[in-house]
Design a protein around this ligand. Structure first.
Ligand code: DHB
Length: 390
């Protein structure tokens, strides 16, 4: 009798506990943000974390009767760590959305977990074309490397650059950059005379740049991930390659706003193509840059920050549209097709591809108020990922 009473009491207590946590669960909307906050890609993590916090500070944490909770985890830029973290976030924390993903291999490692658990996976950084095809639950708010590479391959031959050597990081986005740049440049009557690949981890650019100096092309086209551009710039200038008449061009990752102002005047006049510049002349961007710098001791937002900021917008608006009542599929449906003004300019999530459609800008490094900026001088409007339309 006593035992039975005890059991009943325990059952009631357990049921009550269950009800409380279920209620807490029902009242909370959880975003699991997986970022490289340590290691080689740490600046990407720092930028995106700061941007997501800014978005929440500006827009509040209450939406559709839910309290939005951000759970931030550091994967150190290691795909196996991201995978384990994503699993824990889905199974233990029961997150509603997975977001972040600082490198392509990380986005790809987590994709099967998004698919199996029907959890939307918002790609805020990684940029290899194929990523959105790795899971039907992937939505991208960063950019695609083929967008940048093709824009540059259209600009270069019209501006006296015919013979080019490419230098890329040897993994997904680098291979995309090499291939899409070469195909388009060749189509436009130019020529890639040598293709060089450097390791992603701990690259030593010196021997590669020496080789480029010996070949002496019209230009060197570079893709390296965010955070590595300053090292390339330094070595390029130290070898006097600019003085030898070799132009430096690349995707905008090269003249990353996170590092640009510290690259020195040697970076002046370098032309790159990208979807975001901190100098983008719109009222919305000015507001974004000012607020970001104010909240982060003067840190200038880069394209990673914008991918994170817009990713939060897409998540918030999906929560609003589903009135807080939807599961992963409903959220995903509400993310598809969103169209809005980003600090980068107009932006659209293509409902078919779940990939970002936005402007690609040609930019030149110039000095404004004593600081180096990527100043936009031309635009290709509403560009889809060339990786999906070929
Ligand atoms: C990727 C990472 C970067 O830091 C970047 O600038 C572009 C692409 C990537 O791994 O996809």
């Amino acid at each position: 009798m006593k035992k039975r009473l005890f059991l009943t009491a325990t059952a009631v207590a357990v049921a009550a506990l269950g009800a409380t946590s279920a209620m807490a669960q029902a009242d909370t909307f959880k975003i699991g943000l997986i970022l490289p906050l340590t290691g080689q890609q740490a600046s990407t993590g720092k930028q995106i974390e700061a941007a997501t916090r800014l978005y929440m500070a500006q827009n509040g944490v209450n939406m559709a009767g839910k309290k939005i909770e951000l759970i931030i985890k550091d994967d150190g830029g290691i795909p196996d760590a991201s995978k384990r973290i994503a699993q824990e976030l889905v199974v233990n924390d029961k997150v509603n959305v997975l977001a972040g993903f600082g490198l392509t291999p990380i986005a790809l490692a987590v994709a099967p977990i998004a698919t199996q658990s029907k959890t939307p996976q918002v790609i805020m950084a990684a940029a290899t074309s194929i990523i959105t095809e790795a899971s039907p639950y992937i939505i991208r708010t960063s950019f695609t490397i083929p967008q940048s590479a093709v824009a540059m391959a259209d600009w270069a031959p019209k501006n006296g650059i015919k013979k080019v050597v490419t230098l890329v990081s040897d993994y997904g986005p680098g291979i995309d950059a090499e291939r899409f740049f070469k195909d388009r440049l060749t189509f436009n009557g130019g020529q890639v005379i040598e293709s060089l690949r450097v390791p992603l981890r701990g690259p030593d650019f010196a021997p590669f740049l020496q080789k480029v100096r010996d070949i002496k092309p019209d230009a060197l086209f570079v893709f390296v991930p965010s955070g590595a551009g300053a090292a390339v710039m330094k070595q390029f200038l130290e070898r006097g390659m600019d003085k030898a008449g070799i132009k430096l061009i690349g995707t905008g990752d090269l003249t990353d706003d996170d590092q640009l102002n510290d690259m020195g005047d040697g970076a002046l006049n370098v032309v790159t193509s990208h979807h975001y510049s901190a100098a983008h002349p719109s009222a919305l961007n000015k507001k974004f840059v000012d607020a970001f710098e104010k909240a982060n001791k003067g840190l200038r937002p880069n394209f990673m920050a914008v991918g994170g900021y817009d990713g939060m917008r897409v998540i918030y608006e999906a929560l609003r549209a589903t009135k807080g009542a939807g599961g992963g599929d409903a959220l995903l449906a509400a993310m598809k097709g969103q169209i809005f003004e980003s600090p980068r300019g107009p932006m659209f999530i293509d409902a078919q591809t779940r990939d970002v459609v936005h402007n690609m800008y040609l930019r030149k490094v110039e000095k404004k108020d004593g600081k180096l900026y990527n100043v936009e001088f031309d635009v290709i409007k509403d560009m889809k990922d060339p990786g999906k339309t070929r």
